[in-house]
Design a protein around this ligand. Sequence first.
Ligand code: PLP
Length: 466
Amino acid sequence: MAAVKQIREAGVAAALTNHETIDLAKRHLVQPWPCAGEIGAEARSLISGGEGIYITDGEGKRLIDGPAGMWCVNVGHRREELARVMYDQAMQLSYNTPWYTMNEPSAVLAERIAAYAPGDLNHVFFTTGGSTAVESALRFMQFFNNARGRSDKKLILSRGGAYHGSTYLSASLNGRPRDRDWMDGADELVVKLSSPDAFRRPEGMSIAAFSDMLVAEFEETVRRVGADKIGAFIGEPVQASGGVILPPENYLPRIRKICRDNEILFIADEVVTAFGRLGHVFASEDVFGIDPDIITFAKGVTSGYFPLGGMVVSERLLEQLRRSNHPTAMYAHGLTYTSHPVGCAVALTNLDLLEDGILAHTQAVAPYFQQQLKTLEELPLVGEVRGIGLMACVECVADRESKNPLQLDTNVGMRIDAHCHELGLLVRPLINMCVMSPPLVITREQIDDMVGILREGISRTMDDLR
Ligand code: PLP
């Protein structure tokens, strides 16, 4: 408790040394995604500040924030406009119960989001983040079919490589083996499809044929399981945590059509891709030409300054519910922080910043970002660099010809991250991959710095492995 006294006297930021903070964390803090042997004893690097595309670590070292936190700090760190609106809104109204009262920021934000959403998606339910957004969308599908007398139509199709969250149902959809190896899930509700990872497509197959194969698998699954049993398909337009997996051309519109023909709700999980990452507020229609039934979002909606997420639902679905035989059936689903006034006020100002130049800037720098990262394919350790907008992945391989994956214990991602940290860049290591998704305000010069450091970090890793 000595630390508490110290903090009370000096203020949080000034009170503790780097080592004291890490020591406290080791003794009391559980970090996300810990391994059994580390729970309660693991403390990762301390981050103490941020500005623009940079963060500062506990030693005072400035680093480029390569992953923008977790794909979320879209407008960059230390935006005074966002800090101010948070303060102003908290002083005006810090909270109201979302059950039988409402507030102005959430109504205005819902209207602005509806204006950007494709098709007839015009009603927004706000949550506390991405997992709760996905959970809300899936529970909505269950409710939708129950209320319409189709209680058998509730299975969910999801894909290998997917990441949809860490609540029970959302996590049941995850397709990365590591996410499910030691964790239970609602497996009886989920039907898994192949990952759309074209880098790992069968040898000798063209990308067009790979796309055909995925679509055929989808059709065959609907036939085998039965359209009357399947309630929804959920997919990230670009699989983010799975390694920035881009959908093969035309694949998403074809899946969309099959869903429409079979009354399977198409849920686009845009937790990462919405609010600027691909240069648009939503990517479904503007980038991929699809109009989902539901879109989930989070992260960039407040640029990570406040925990907020949500789902946008089609008017057509609501109309079907209004006309159902059970008008008193209740969507018994809500969160204490649904429509949080402070979160929604932050999101409104964040949207102003995106509209007032950051979306246009993202569209302008994205091709340069992709082009410069692509040059890393010259390095023998790099199997592929792929990406879109301001998100990209560098996938390392043991052998470029065979694309053989590296052994897990080579820890390539962690090694590259450690070297890059030394050199001034935080990367997001994913086993044998490094994912880059910097704040959208990154300039060309800063992209050069980022790619230069990453190149050197990979070269040093190649030296380690010799
Ligand atoms: N969906 C996608 C596509 C994500 O990438 C994530 C998180 O990374 C989530 C859902 C879960 O969001 P959250 O961590 O805010 O619960």
